[in-house]
Design a protein around this ligand. Structure first.
Ligand SMILES: [Zn+2]
Length: 281
């Protein structure tokens, strides 16, 4: 597991200092905070009204210049960040993205109907997926994650980000979150301040599911819950209980599956938080 949080990159101080229209204020610098690694989330700070692109795709920027960059499981080794300033100056920076290797996870003995759903199951899976894609495609909201990130549940980590699942001998999509093997009924807290944008009680694969929006496209999911304690539209604070651990949907044992996305790109939740805190005795 990588623990590379807190790395600071100061970009382009020199590039901006020579543009007279920007003035000489220190906050005119473009700064990145976070791990440049596959699965990593990086917080960016640019001057107000800057326009930011990553590999040509427009990155949402908050009114105060904050933005987020996310690098997916298989992100290539290089990316190009461009920041265009209101006065016409621009900054181009090549980012080297650390490449990772991933575990293979073998799960055997699953009921065949869960590994190979019937036609009705496939229809429901497609409808659930479309719903979640649509929620994640909503226009970006202002950032509310300034108070940071926390583990949503405590317990043994039973599944890591990016692992390749082989279910009953068949390769499946890579694991796109972190599994915490807490007991049924254990509290699940919001990883950060946010808004409940989805609270569903019967999704085919994920069972009782909650999705939170944290702003600028950052969102988190909490699935297989036994109970949901919040309703769609509610504002939540970091650590607020949003539900309880369960075994609903497609699971072999009760656990919390915690996922973090930037837009549609799945990130590694473990990179947002420190080591798992010790369980209370
Ligand atoms: Zn999982």
């Amino acid at each position: 597991m990588l623990h590379r949080l807190g790395i600071f990159f100061f970009l382009g101080l020199f590039a901006l200092a020579c543009v007279p229209s920007l003035g000489a204020r220190g906050e005119d610098a473009v700064r990145l905070d976070g791990p440049l690694v596959q699965g990593g989330l990086v917080r960016g700070f640019a001057p107000e009204r800057a326009r930011v692109t990553l590999d040509g795709a427009v990155v949402p920027v908050a009114e105060d210049g904050r933005f987020l960059l996310g690098f997916g499981r298989d992100h290539p080794a290089n990316s190009v960040l461009e920041v265009h300033l209101p006065g016409g100056a621009s900054l181009r920076r090549e980012l080297g993205i650390e490449q990772r290797s991933y575990d293979t996870r073998r799960v055997a003995g699953l009921p065949p109907r869960l590994v190979n759903p019937d036609a009705e199951g496939l229809r429901r899976i497609a409808a659930d997926r479309a719903r979640i894609v649509a929620v994640r495609a909503a226009p970006p909201t202002p950032p509310v994650f300034a108070s940071g990130f926390a583990w949503p549940a405590l317990g043994p980590v039973s599944g890591v980000f990016g692992s390749q699942s082989i279910m009953n001998g068949e390769a499946r999509a890579p694991h796109n979150g972190v599994d915490v093997a807490a007991a049924i009924g254990a509290p699940v807290g919001a990883m950060a301040d946010g808004t409940v944008v989805l609270a569903e009680h019967d999704m085919y694969l994920t069972g009782q599911s909650v999705l939170l929006d944290h702003g600028l496209g950052l969102n988190s999911v909490y699935i297989h819950l036994s109970e949901i304690a919040v309703a769609a539209g509610a504002r939540v604070r970091k650590g607020q209980i949003i539900g309880r651990v369960g075994g609903t949907g497609r699971v072999t044992a009760p656990h919390l599956h915690w996922g973090v996305n930037l837009g549609q790109t799945a990130l590694d939740p473990a990179l947002l938080v420190g080591p798992m805190p010790p369980l209370a005795p």
